[in-house]
Design a binder for this molecule. Structure first.
Ligand code: ZN
Length: 331
C-alpha cells in the first residue's frame, strides 16, 4: 500500500484527481512526448497510479510501469534514496516548487553522505606515477593522438614505468575533486596485456565503472555536455564526458541531472548509431534538451580530431519528433 502517493502527487503536480474510491490517484501525464492526436500536453489527468499495486499507466501515451520508475523520473532520484527520505520525513505544506527543491536538496545531500560512508576514496592514485613532460614517450603518444601539454594538465594525466601499469598513461576520474576511478592505457604497443586496464572491481575504494563519468568536474553546465564513449574522445571534444562504453546507466544520468546539466549532445562512435538514438530518447525522458551527431568518416571522435569535431558539433541536430521519425527510418 502506497498511501503517501496522493500527498506526494499533490506536492509534485499541484492538482490530482481520484478514482475507484481513492484506490487510484490521477495526474496530468508529465511525459513531454505525451502529446495526443492534437499534439498538446495532457490536461485531463490521464496518468493514473494504483496505490494498492503500485502500478501506473497513461493510456494516452502508453507509458506504464511500477511507481518506482515514475518517482525516479519525476524526482530525479533513485527509489532507494526516495524511500529513505520517506522514512524519516513527513510531507510538509510547502508549495509545489519550493517543496520539490527542498526534497531534491535533501536527497542529493543524503546521497553524497551515504556514498562517502560506503566508499572510502583514495586521496591520490594508489600507486607510483610520474609527471608527463614534453620529452617523454608517453607525451609523444598523446601528441600523435592530437593532445597538447595543456591537455595533460587539464586532465591531470600521469604515467607509469613500473608495476602492473608500467608503460601506461593513467587517466584519473575526479568527482568533486575526489579520485573515484582511473584507467591505464598502453602508450607502447608491444608490451603484453590489454590496451586499457581498469581498477580491480574488488577495489572498493573506487566507484563502479558504470557509475563514473570522466571529466564531470570540468564541464560547463551552461553549454551542451558532449557524451562520448572513451576518455580520449571526451578529451577531443569541447565540454566532453566519457561513459566508458556505449551504454549510460541511470546513476550516470542522475549525476548529470544533479549537476544541473540541461543540454546534452550524444556523440558515440561510428558503429553506435542505434545506441545513440536510444540514449538520446532516454535522456529526453529525463528532461534534457538532447542533440545528436553522427560520425560517418571516422570511427570515433578522437580519430576525427579536435578541429573536425568542433565543426561537426556545430551541426548537431536537436532530437525532436521529426528527427526521431527520420532516425527510425534510417536505422
Ligand atoms: Zn502520457
Amino acid at each position: 500500500m502506497y498511501s503517501w502517493v496522493k500527498q506526494w502527487a499533490i506536492d509534485r503536480f499541484g492538482e490530482v484527481k481520484e478514482a475507484k474510491g481513492g484506490e487510484e490517484v490521477r495526474v496530468n501525464c508529465p511525459n513531454p512526448n505525451c502529446l495526443g492526436k492534437k499534439g498538446v500536453r495532457d490536461t485531463k489527468f490521464h496518468l493514473y497510479i494504483n496505490i494498492k499495486s503500485g502500478v501506473f499507466i497513461c493510456p494516452r501515451c502508453g507509458w506504464k510501469g511500477h511507481l518506482r520508475e515514475f518517482v525516479e523520473w519525476v524526482d530525479g532520484t533513485t527509489w532507494n534514496e526516495f524511500v529513505k527520505y520517506l522514512r524519516y520525513n513527513e510531507f510538509t505544506d510547502l508549495g509545489f516548487d519550493e517543496f520539490k527543491k527542498k526534497i531534491f536538496e535533501k536527497l542529493t545531500n543524503k546521497s553524497t553522505q551515504t556514498s562517502n560512508k560506503k566508499v572510502k576514496l583514495y586521496k591520490e592514485l594508489p600507486f607510483k606515477t610520474l609527471k608527463i613532460t614534453k620529452e617523454t614517450i608517453a607525451f609523444r603518444y598523446l601528441k600523435r593522438r592530437g593532445f597538447s601539454m595543456e591537455d595533460v594538465e587539464k586532465f591531470s594525466l600521469r604515467y607509469c614505468i613500473e608495476g602492473k601499469y608500467a608503460f601506461r598513461i593513467i587517466v584519473p576520474f575526479y568527482e568533486n575533486r575526489k579520485l573515484v576511478y582511473y584507467i591505464a592505457r598502453k602508450y607502447v604497443e608491444d608490451i603484453p596485456g590489454v590496451k586499457v586496464k581498469n581498477p580491480s572491481s574488488s577495489d572498493n575504494r573506487m566507484l563502479p565503472k558504470n557509475e563514473v563519468l570522466f571529466n564531470i568536474d570540468n564541464i560547463d553546465v551552461t553549454k551542451p555536455v558532449v557524451i562520448t564513449e572513451g576518455v580520449f574522445d571526451a578529451m577531443t571534444v569541447p565540454n566532453g564526458i566519457a561513459l566508458l562504453g556505449k551504454y549510460m546507466s541511470k546513476q550516470q544520468i542522475l549525476k548529470l541531472k544533479r549537476k544541473n546539466v540541461s543540454k546534452a549532445t550524444v556523440c558515440l562512435d561510428r558503429d553506435a548509431w542505434t545506441d545513440t538514438v536510444s540514449l538520446a530518447k532516454t535522456l529526453k525522458t529525463y528532461g534534457f534538451d538532447v542533440y545528436v551527431v553522427r560520425l560517418t568518416e571516422y570511427k570515433d571522435p578522437n580519430e576525427a580530431g579536435k578541429l573536425y569535431m568542433r565543426r561537426l558539433l556545430l551541426k548537431a541536430e536537436k532530437l525532436d519528433f521529426s528527427l526521431m521519425v527520420k532516425t527510425q527510418l534510417n536505422q
